[in-house]
Write a protein that binds this ligand. Structure first.
Ligand code: PLP
Length: 401
């Protein structure tokens, strides 16, 4: 049997097959951490005959994620983007509406808003976390209401696995009776005030794509305490099929459900979630130790990451204090065959959204220009992390000369 072994990476990145093995040296940022347990779960689902589309692994996966995050309901979907789309439809967002979201995010958040026919309005972030700045959010919502454009929903985003200040965001939303769909695509396993990501707002959305803290290869989940909202999402995700044997349809639906095989993979991964978070946290601590000796360089998100899932570790480089730039570091890492990436390019700077209304404080642009995400996968070997650390050491030590 051919098996892609992902628990060794970088210098040992090995694809083993009957004909031998291929070694590659590039250290990637975050790849699926898959092993024999995942193989067993998927094989067992396949042998059970429940191949597609739905099946008992989907039901169990939904129950297990709901229990993990403390939500009453969970609906497994084909992607996080699908979850955002249906969550917004579920709370009544419609063409012509405005939806307020973070500028500092991946395009999927804003794209999903446009699928409903609504228009995203972007709000800048807090410099220390990259998450939506609750004060700017409040100013934005009040300004929109003054203009007679009451937002139909707020979509905060948990950046790189650190949760939004939900206390502030949910208080504002509750006061103004605006629904919150939390984009928790990156934050499964994280908490805010010890309450799990996925249990905030009217509903939350996780992604299980290949680079996330756990994966179903591609997939997502919406979690909520609102039974009617969960039922609506489930119905819309299965082509809005009315319960008639001839498939009666009274509105437009979508083909957004997760397959049983992928749910089986997700179930195996969920049993390993804490172990995978611990591995990512250990990488972050190693990086923190390394950069702490250099002025003007810090690990993004602050000292206290006890509530984060440490999905991706990023560093922020102050060019004035460090005499180095994020671009120069990316070049140095690239030369050593190590992947890194700037933080998300803010939506208000993206050509496709540049004419959208935005409420800015300069933070997201600063983070984009001076931040870099580092290899963070839970399957990275200590040898691979050692290679990254060597480059960081040499790169910043150079500026001290
Ligand atoms: C912040 C954020 N929102 C939404 C998504 C979309 O998730 P998916 O790729 O599962 O559609 C992602 C990940 O890709 C993401 O990082």
């Amino acid at each position: 049997m051919s098996f892609v072994k992902t628990d060794v990476q970088g210098a040992h990145n090995k694809i083993a097959g009957e004909g031998g093995s291929v070694e590659t040296t590039r250290i990637l940022m975050s790849t699926p951490d898959i092993g024999e347990l995942e193989e067993e779960y998927v094989l067992s689902a396949m042998r059970s005959g429940w191949v597609a589309p739905l099946g008992p692994d989907v039901d169990r996966f939904e129950e297990e994620v709901a229990v993990r995050v403390g939500a009453h309901h969970a609906v497994a979907l084909s992607s996080g983007t699908a979850g955002l789309h249906l969550g917004l439809l579920g709370v009544g967002v419609k063409p012509g509406d405005l939806v307020v979201t973070a500028s500092m995010t991946f395009a999927a958040t804003a794209n999903a808003i446009t699928y409903t026919g609504a228009t995203p309005v972007f709000v800048d972030c807090d410099l220390s976390t990259g998450n939506i700045d609750p004060n700017v959010l409040s100013e934005a919502v009040i300004d929109l209401m003054r203009l007679g454009k009451r937002p139909a929903a707020i979509v905060p985003v948990d950046l790189l696995g650190k949760t939004v200040d939900y206390t502030m965001v949910c208080r504002l939303a509750k006061e103004l009776r605006i629904p919150v769909i939390a984009d928790a695509a990156e934050s499964l396993g994280a908490t805010h005030k010890n309450i799990a990501a996925g249990s905030w707002g009217d509903a939350s959305v996780f992604s299980f794509n290949g680079n996330k803290i756990m994966t179903t290869s591609g997939g997502g989940m919406i979690t909520t305490d609102d039974g009617a909202l969960a039922a609506k999402v489930r119905y819309l995700a299965t082509q809005a099929r009315q319960p008639a044997s001839h498939y009666e349809h009274t509105e437009i639906g979508y083909n957004y459900r997760l397959s049983n095989l992928l749910a089986a993979l997700g179930r195996a991964q969920l049993t390993r979630l804490d172990e995978m978070i611990a591995a990512r946290r250990a990488h972050r601590n190693t990086y923190r130790e390394t950069v702490s000796q250099f002025e003007g360089v810090e690990i993004f998100g602050g000292e206290d990451d006890s509530q984060d899932n440490c999905w991706l570790t990023a560093i922020i480089i102050d060019p004035k204090a460090s005499h180095r730039t994020a671009t120069e570091l990316q070049d140095a890492l690239n030369r050593a065959d190590i992947e890194s990436r700037p933080l998300w390019k803010p939506m208000h700077l993206q050509p496709v959204f540049k004419n959208h209304r935005s409420y800015l404080n300069g933070s997201s642009q600063y983070l984009f220009e001076n931040g870099l995400t580092l290899p963070s996968g839970s399957n990275l070997s200590s040898r691979s992390i050692g290679r990254v650390v060597d480059v960081l050491d040499a790169f910043f030590a150079e500026s001290l000369k």
